[in-house]
Every structure is written in structure tokens, then in C-alpha cells.
Design a protein around this ligand. Structure first.
Ligand code: 4AD
Ligand code: MG
Length: 451
């Protein structure tokens, strides 16, 4: 058996050869004495045209009735079709029904709304759009691993169950077998799903120098937006002997690497997004690759830019305050591409970020991109034991549960930095898709965990 990908990749080699393929019928256009099946076999996102004729098939009458969604095996002759839109077709000699599909199969050969498809998460992946999204997602994750491995990073699997709140934001899902009493519960204490792998990967940076963790993270954040999911994937590199600028450089290099990788490996998918999701997507991404360096602006200067724009924002930009989505949008427009906003007011950032000399800001840096806003949050870490303890104390944090984390500052601590890239936000940036639910296989959001 051969795959359609092989046939598309090396069409010349197969001209007039007898081949066997198997796949799912996307469309069946039956005429009186012949017909065409659009077949997708999963190996690539293109479909191939199968021509069937009454004179060649014993079961012609049955094939005419094959519904959209059936799986079939086809033996036939491969024929190059240089004068047709598709490069080749397959003239069927035998068509075997492998799995019938019921009449109510929801994915018909027409355009479905994305809301409708979200009610059919397990079937929507058989559409062109979601085929493209999830192949691209797979390629992007591979690119991320490749990028870090080429740079000698060690991949660390950090735990999903943890007893700490890594971001200190209180957005935790509990893990328990006995909800009523933590003492008699499985772990004998409160345990949660992790919001970040950072705290657990930092000690590994003190041993391997350059490390990353890549896994699912969970946030019980009640934000019903198109950019927030309760379960999402994050890649978090951590580098020793590095400061904020090193962190930004690494983040920028990685983003460029991923875009380039996608250009090299996902041409068809990008073309589809450019045609049906965001016109001009390819040029927008090219412009990012061609730009000499991502803009870098302090939070203070970003607020000044917003104030001076004299735009009537719904949320007034304020020094010392977080950026709203409309501000992020304005800034990426203003800088005409991705922009790092750094040196954030310490009160709105996590406890582990390094306090700057002004004692007001921290060495944190968010990367904002057109479309998805913040896709990366990172920082130089507070490596000074006394400053870190003081900060934790100020925030009323439970030092006991994080004593092991503080140890990295007690035993050979050093300047270090890292970031977290939200994979879904990155995918939104790369595809132009504007709802995070459409880049997650089974999205989990407030009041929605149905599959
Ligand atoms: O900015 P965040 O909260 O940073 C951290 O978790 C750090 N511990 C990372 C680090 O320094 N190692 O989250 C990082 C990124 C965000 O920039 C965003 O892309 C994504 O994770 N993210 C979400 N994506 C989808 N849904 C949510 N609810 C998200 N919250 C954060
Ligand atoms: Mg953040």
C-alpha cells in the first residue's frame, strides 16, 4: 500500500503503475456510468481524485452510493494528468468498502461554521481546515524540540501534580480523592494541577545549564475569552548564567526558527490559512522573518506611547498597571510586528522575577505579537536569596512548600532566566485563527469539558 503523500511527492515515478491506497471519501460525485471519489488518506492534507467506471467495477452500483466519510481500499492505475488542476488521478480497478458511514455523518462536503464543528471535536479533524491545523501543530512542536536540541538543551519532564502555586495567582485546579479533608486525602495535603513547569525546571538549569520543559499546564482562570484555555501547552526553557537580554534573544531566535520551519515544512497548510482564514498571512509572517530585530520597549515607555497616541481606549493606559488587549493590539501595530515589553511593575508580576535597582520594576519581559497578543512571558529570575525570601514574605507566601525551590539560591545559585511560550497562542499567530478553541484538539474552557 502506498500513501497519497508519496504519490504527490514523487508523481513522475508512479505514472501508469498499479497501486493500492486506502483512505476516507470526502466526496462522491456519481454519474450514470462513472464517478469520482475525493479521497483523503491522512498522509497529507491534499485529496486525490479516484475515477471509477461501470465497465471496470463489479460493485459499481454500490460504489455510486458510498457516502461521505466511508473508508475504502482502492486498487487501480496511477495516471499523470498534466492538463488538469490536480497532478494525477487514480483509475480504480477495485474498490473495497472497509467501513460504512451513516447517513447523519456531520462532516459533509460544504462549509461548516466553526461553532458547529466545535460540537463535533472528534470529527472536525476530517475537514481540510482542521487537518491543516493539527498537522501544523505537530510540525511546530517538532520544530520546538529540534530547536532546543540543536542548541544542546536538555529536555526535562516536570510534574503535572504539584503542591505549589507556581505563579502565585491562585488559579489552581485541585487534585484529590477526598474533597472534604486534605489530611486524609491521597497525598495527605492539598495537591493541584501545575500552572507552570518553571519552578521544577529551574533546579535542572543549575545542573545542565540549558534546559526546557514542555507539557500541559492548567489554569482555573475564569476568563471566557478567545485567548484563554483552562488546559494549554507551554514550552519553558531555562538558562543559567543568563540575563533578561539573553532570554529575549533566545525567545526571538526560537520564534524565527519556528516560522522558518513552518515555511519549509507546511507550505500547503499555510496556503490554506492564507486563502481561507487570514488573507495576507504568509506576507505577515515573512515580514517577521525579514525584520532585522524585534522591537523592545520598557513597560514605562509602552504606556507613554499609548498615552501619547491620544486614542480613546476603553481601558485608560496607566503606569504601574497591566496592558489590556486593546493596548497590546495598538503596540504591535505601532511597532509593525512583534514587540518585547520589559521591566514590568513588580506588583503585577510573579514573585520569582528579579527586582530591578529602582525597586519598582522587575526584569520580566512579555512578547506581544499581532493577532494573539502576549505569546511569551519570561524573566530574569531573582537569584539573590535574601531578596527572594523578602519578596515571598511580602506576598505572604508559604515558604515551607517552596523551600526546595529556594535551595537553588542556597547552593550554587547564579544569574539565570527563562520564559514560557504558550503553544496555542503561537499557533493562533501562525495560522491567523482567532479562537484558541480551534487550535486545541479537545479544548477545555470554563463550563466546557465535554469530550
Ligand atoms: O506569562 P505566563 O503566566 O508565564 C509563566 O507561566 C512563566 N512561569 C513562564 C516562564 O517564565 N517559564 O504564561 C506563559 C505563556 C503566556 O505568555 C501565554 O502564551 C500562555 O503561557 N498562557 C496561556 N495560554 C492559553 N490560555 C491561558 N489561560 C494562558 N495563560 C498563559
Ligand atoms: Mg504572562
Amino acid at each position: 500500500m502506498i500513501t497519497l503523500k508519496e504519490l504527490f511527492d514523487e508523481s513522475q515515478k508512479y505514472d501508469k503503475k498499479e497501486i493500492t491506497v486506502a483512505g476516507w471519501v470526502r466526496n462522491n460525485r456519481a454519474q450514470k456510468e462513472f464517478g469520482f471519489l475525493d479521497l483523503n488518506d491522512g498522509s497529507c492534507f491534499k485529496t486525490s481524485q479516484i475515477v471509477y467506471e461501470e465497465k471496470n467495477l463489479d460493485n459499481f452500483k454500490d460504489v455510486q452510493k458510498y457516502r461521505c466519510g466511508v473508508s475504502v481500499e482502492i486498487k487501480g492505475t496511477f495516471i499523470l494528468t498534466p492538463n488538469m488542476p490536480q497532478p494525477f488521478e487514480i483509475k480504480a480497478k477495485e474498490i473495497i468498502l472497509l467501513g460504512d458511514s451513516q447517513e447523519d455523518f456531520p462532516i459533509q462536503p460544504k462549509r461548516h461554521t466553526r461553532e458547529f464543528l466545535r460540537e463535533n471535536l472528534h470529527l472536525r479533524v476530517r475537514t481540510n481546515l482542521f487537518h491543516a491545523v493539527f498537522r501544523l501543530r505537530s510540525e511546530v512542536e517538532y520544530a520546538i524540540h529540534t530547536f532546543f536540541h540543536e542548541k544542546n538543551f536538555v529536555y526535562v519532564n516536570t510534574p503535572i501534580m504539584t503542591s505549589n502555586d507556581g505563579e502565585g495567582a491562585g488559579e489552581l485546579f485541585s487534585v484529590c480523592t477526598d474533597t472534604k479533608n486534605p489530611k486524609t486525602d491521597f497525598f495527605g495535603k492539598n495537591v493541584f494541577l501545575t500552572v507552570t513547569g518553571q519552578l521544577h525546571v529551574e533546579p535542572y538549569a543549575m545542573a545542565f545549564r540549558k534546559v526546557y520543559t514542555f507539557g500541559p499546564t492548567f489554569r482555573a482562570e475564569n476568563s471566557n475569552t478567545t485567548k484563554h484555555a483552562s488546559e494549554f501547552w507551554m514550552v519553558e526553557p531555562e538558562i543559567a548564567f543568563a540575563d533578561l537580554e539573553d532570554e529575549q534573544n533566545l525567545a526571538e531566535e526560537m520564534i524565527r526558527y519556528i516560522i522558518k520551519y513552518v515555511f519549509d515544512h507546511c507550505k500547503d497548510e499555510l496556503q490554506l490559512f492564507d486563502s481561507f482564514i487570514e488573507k495576507g498571512l504568509i506576507n505577515r509572517l515573512k515580514a517577521v522573518l525579514d525584520s532585522p530585530k524585534f522591537a523592545r520597549v520598557t513597560h514605562h515607555d509602552a504606556i507613554t506611547i499609548l498615552k501619547e497616541s491620544r486614542i480613546g481606549f476603553e481601558n485608560t493606559p496607566e503606569y504601574g498597571k497591566d496592558l489590556a488587549t486593546e493596548h497590546e493590539k495598538f503596540l504591535t501595530k505601532h511597532f509593525n510586528g512583534p514587540v518585547f515589553v520589559y521591566n514590568w511593575p513588580k506588583d503585577i508580576k510573579a514573585f520569582y522575577m528579579r527586582i530591578n535597582d529602582d525597586n519598582e520594576t522587575v526584569a520580566g519581559s512579555d512578547l506581544l505579537v499581532p493577532g494573539s497578543g502576549e505569546i511569551i512571558g519570561g524573566s530574569q529570575r531573582e537569584e539573590r536569596l535574601d531578596v527572594l525570601l523578602n519578596r515571598m514574605n511580602e506576598l505572604g507566601m508559604n515558604e515551607e512548600t517552596l523551600d526546595w525551590y529556594v535551595d537553588t539560591r542556597r547552593y550554587g545559585g547564579c544569574k539565570h532566566a527563562g520564559f514560557g511560550l504558550g503553544v496555542e497562542r503561537l499557533l493562533m499567530f501562525l495560522t491567523g485563527i482567532d479562537n484558541i478553541r480551534d487550535v486545541l484538539s479537545y479544548p477545555r474552557t470554563p463550563k466546557s469539558c465535554d469530550f
